[in-house]
Each structure stands twice: as structure tokens, then as C-alpha cells.
Design a protein around this ligand. Structure first.
Ligand code: PPS
Length: 291
């Protein structure tokens, strides 16, 4: 295990962003409120995109909040240092809370609550490529040095927040519950407006056409890339090196085709098929996985 990581109940976490005390507090003591909205993702799956969508929906299409307050204050990542203690005192209603936590170590007080979960999933091949670049530019992850190493760790779950497969299977057990909605990064790309309307419906928010247009405009890749409240250029230097790779990198579907060799792709498909063989839900990327 890299000395950049430590382990909480069998899952790795970056030492620079999560302490074991914080993780235990989140799991055992943090009190979920019924009006909380959880933005849950495996890393690099559309987390920050969803923060922008949820923030501007909360303000009925008015972009001021998104343009003046950093995303980590609008929808904090609960597992990061000191955040759960801070959120505990927040009088914001509803609280928008972001998390990469796997289901099995999510907060106990979530069980039986009416808090809503929006779970965003991305083609794991693109997730892995995005993670490869993030690991190079941020201090939180070990530099994988090569795509081979990156894929090996990604597919074995030997990385922060654990296995993509376990994450997806764990959270998707909530499918069918009224307070759970899932969609894919690819859905957002294909039909952003339709996705925003679905999310509003799930949240019980009624936005008129003009407000929906505003959401769609402000959460475009171009606008987010230029917004300092989103692109992480406001973080103190030393956390992310935007010269190595910008956080808002490419924002496209299928970038793995520009990165994987034939052998890497076959290896990926083999593991994917084995891990997902009993999984019933269909995803947009299924057709690109060779059986
Ligand atoms: S993190 O670090 O886990 O919070 O990262 P996360 O936000 O989940 O994922 C970052 C990737 O999402 C892309 N992104 C977008 N794509 C399209 N449109 C919009 N608006 C958008 N916002 C973020 C971002 O570019 C990262 O993907 P890659 O493939 O690296 O470009």
C-alpha cells in the first residue's frame, strides 16, 4: 500500500484528505436530516458536474451561488478533513452533501431516513482515464506512472474508495427506493436538459423553462472550466498541479479509445464481464464491452 493512503474498514483513503477519525465520525455519529440531498459518485464520474447542477437547481436557476462560492463549500465532500463536523452545524436547508464513500461504510443514520441520493455512474474505462490524469496532477493520489499500473489498481480496487465494481453494486442495491435516483455521465452528455428536468422532478423542485435553460447553460463544460469556483484553481498551490493536467480536462465520452491498447482493453473487458456477470441493470457502455 502506498504511504499516501491509509485503510478504513478495508477501503483505502488518501491520508491528505481523510483522517480515520473523520471517517469513523461520518459512519457512526453524523446525523443525516430528512431533507439532505446526497451527491454520490465513485471518483471521476461526474461529481463536480452534479454539484453545479444541484446548486443551481437549489437556487431556482440563479447562477450567483455557483459563481461566487467554491463547490467544496456549496456541496462539501463529507469524508474530507473536518467537513462532517462543520456540516453538523450547517443551517443550510437542504444541505447538499457530496461523497465518494462506498455504501457499506456510509453513515449509519442514513438508514431509515428520507434523505435523497443521486448516484452518478460513468463508463469505468473513461473513469479510469480521468483518474489516471487526476492521480498525476493531485497530491491525494499516487502517480500511477503508466496506464498499465493505473488499470491494474483500478480493476483490483487497490485505490482510494475501493473497487468501482463494489461501489456500483453496493449503491445500486438502493434501486427501486423512492429516495434513490441513478443516472449516468453519458445520460448527462446525451440529454442534459432532459436529465436536469428528471433531477428537478426527483427533488420536488418546479423550475420554469427559463430557469431550466439557465441550469443547462451554466453547467456546460465550457462554463465550468472557466469558473474559478469549480475548476479548483482556487485551492492553495501544492494540492493540484494544473500544468500537468487541468481538473476540467476533456469532458468527453469515450476518451479511453485514445488511451487503451488492444491488450489493455481486452484485459478490462475480461474483468468487467466477470465482475458484472450477475448484474441486471444495463448501462450505455455495455455495447462497447466485448463478451
Ligand atoms: S472528482 O475529483 O471525483 O470530484 O472528479 P469528478 O468531478 O467526478 O470527475 C471529473 C471529470 O468530469 C468531467 N466533467 C465534465 N464533463 C462534461 N461536462 C461537464 N460540465 C463536466 N464537469 C466535469 C471532468 O472534465 C473530468 O473528466 P475528464 O475525462 O478527466 O475530462
Amino acid at each position: 500500500m502506498s504511504d499516501l493512503y491509509h485503510e478504513y474498514k478495508g477501503t483505502l483513503f488518501p491520508q491528505k484528505s481523510s483522517s480515520l477519525e473523520d471517517l469513523a465520525f461520518v459512519e457512526n455519529e453524523f446525523q443525516v436530516r430528512d431533507d439532505d440531498i446526497f451527491n454520490i459518485t465513485y471518483p471521476k464520474s461526474g461529481t463536480t458536474w452534479m454539484i453545479e447542477i444541484l446548486s443551481i437547481i437549489q437556487k431556482n436557476g440563479d447562477p450567483s451561488w455557483n459563481q461566487t462560492v467554491p463547490n467544496w463549500d456549496r456541496a462539501p465532500w463529507i469524508e474530507t478533513l473536518g467537513i462532517a463536523q462543520k456540516l453538523k452545524l450547517s443551517d443550510e436547508h437542504p444541505r447538499i452533501i457530496t461523497s465518494h464513500l462506498p455504501r457499506h461504510i456510509f453513515m449509519k443514520s442514513f438508514e431509515g431516513s428520507k434523505a435523497k441520493v443521486i448516484y452518478t455512474i460513468r463508463d469505468p474505462k473513461d473513469t479510469a482515464v480521468s483518474l489516471y490524469y487526476f492521480s498525476k496532477m493531485s497530491v491525494f493520489y499516487k502517480d500511477p506512472e503508466s496506464m498499465d499500473h493505473c488499470l491494474k489498481d483500478f480493476l483490483s480496487g487497490n485505490i482510494p474508495f475501493g473497487s468501482w465494481f463494489d461501489h456500483v453494486k453496493g449503491w445500486m442495491e438502493m434501486l427501486g427506493r423512492d429516495n434513490f435516483m441513478f443516472h449516468t455521465y453519458e445520460d448527462l452528455q446525451r440529454d442534459l436538459r432532459g436529465s436536469v428536468i428528471k433531477i428537478c422532478k426527483f427533488l420536488g423542485k418546479e423550475l420554469d423553462d427559463k430557469a431550466i435553460d439557465s441550469v443547462v447553460e451554466y453547467v456546460s463544460f465550457k462554463n465550468m472550466k472557466e469558473n474559478k469556483m469549480v475548476n479548483f484553481t482556487l485551492l492553495p498551490t501544492g494540492y493540484m498541479d494544473h500544468e500537468k493536467s487541468p481538473f476540467m480536462r476533456k469532458g468527453i465520452v469515450g476518451d479511453w479509445k485514445n488511451h487503451f491498447t488492444v491488450t489493455q482493453n481486452e484485459y478490462f473487458d475480461k474483468i468487467y464481464n466477470s465482475e458484472m456477470k450477475d448484474f441486471k441493470v444495463k448501462f450505455p457502455w455495455d455495447s462497447s464491452i466485448k463478451k
